[in-house]
Design a protein around this ligand. Structure first.
Ligand SMILES: C[S@@+](CC[C@H](N)C(=O)[O-])C[C@H]1O[C@@H](n2cnc3c(N)ncnc32)[C@H](O)[C@@H]1O
Length: 256
């Protein structure tokens, strides 16, 4: 590894649609565990990284030790906007996944659709909970890249555990026409009934400020509300994804 080229390489990687920037041990651990092709691991303290990996991620500790390249604390701090406390950052190849792959898969689990999410950390939290609930995939519309390093950080690298892709306006316009029904998760819907939730639906969640667009609400074949105590306004986006996915998962006795 040429240390002199690390700063421009890590800078370019943040904008490269073929690469994923993994910040911190948990992101690296999940990426390796779920089959990512990790090309580079840089640490500010190889001994401490090895100790942490053996304690927190023993299944991938050997792989991390093999890839790890130690640099000075000063250089490490220049590679990402906010150096992770675990002292490790890595690059991996992004898997090539399209929205059609996600929608076409026959996995009997819901697809999460995030309509124009604005907060990258929130997007990451949605991916994380979708991976935990074993959803079929996550699709996002809007200007934010779901594979942005901040979203990867919020997801602790769990983008590698399920397909995550962008859905363009053409794809959005035909949602609900395929085998997966489109269900709007919206505070004005019918109360959620976890045991009858269509397991192969696309569950559409709206943006943090504006909720779902009129277009998605009109296309949706059902509208579902998460019951809440009167007086409390809507749930945070990632919290609402968690509530619906885990209601579905627990109702289906898939808790194991
Ligand atoms: C922060 S909320 C958006 C709030 C927005 N002002 C609205 O009225 O829809 C983000 C998304 O979370 C979901 N959400 C939050 N609370 C919900 C609830 N009680 N029932 C159904 N969906 C909810 C919806 O998909 C919503 O679009």
């Amino acid at each position: 590894v040429q240390d002199g080229s690390l700063i421009p390489r890590f800078g370019r990687a943040r904008r490269d649609p073929g690469l994923a920037v993994l910040e911190g041990l948990h992101a690296l651990k999940h990426a390796l565990r779920f089959g990512a092709q990790v090309t580079e691991v840089v640490t500010s303290d190889a001994g401490e990284l090895d100790r942490l990996a053996r304690a927190l991620a023993p299944d991938v500790a050997d792989a991390i030790a093999e890839l790890a390249h130690e640099v000075s604390v000063e250089l490490f701090a220049k590679l990402v906007p906010l150096a992770p406390a675990t002292g490790v950052i890595a690059l991996a190849r992004r898997p090539a996944v399209s929205a059609d792959d996600v929608l076409g898969a026959s996995t009997p689990a819901p697809v999460v659709l995030l309509e124009d999410p604005r907060d990258l950390g929130n997007m990451g939290a949605c991916v994380r909970v979708a991976a935990a609930a074993d959803a079929a995939g996550v699709l996002c519309t809007g200007s934010h890249d779901p594979w942005h390093p901040d979203a990867l950080r919020g997801a602790a690298g769990l983008h590698f555990a399920l397909p995550v892709a962008r859905l363009d306006p053409t794809g959005l316009a035909v949602l609900g026409e395929g085998p997966r029904r489109l269900l709007a998760i919206d505070p004005d819907g019918e109360p959620l009934s976890p045991s009858t939730l269509d397991p192969s639906a696309v569950l559409a969640f709206g943006s943090e400020r504006h909720g779902l667009s009129a277009g998605v609400l009109e296309r949706a074949q059902g509208r579902i509300r998460i019951p809440m105590r009167p007086g409390v306004s809507s749930l945070n986006l990632a919290t609402s994804v968690a509530a619906v996915l885990f209601a579905w998962r627990l109702a289906g006795d898939r808790a194991g």
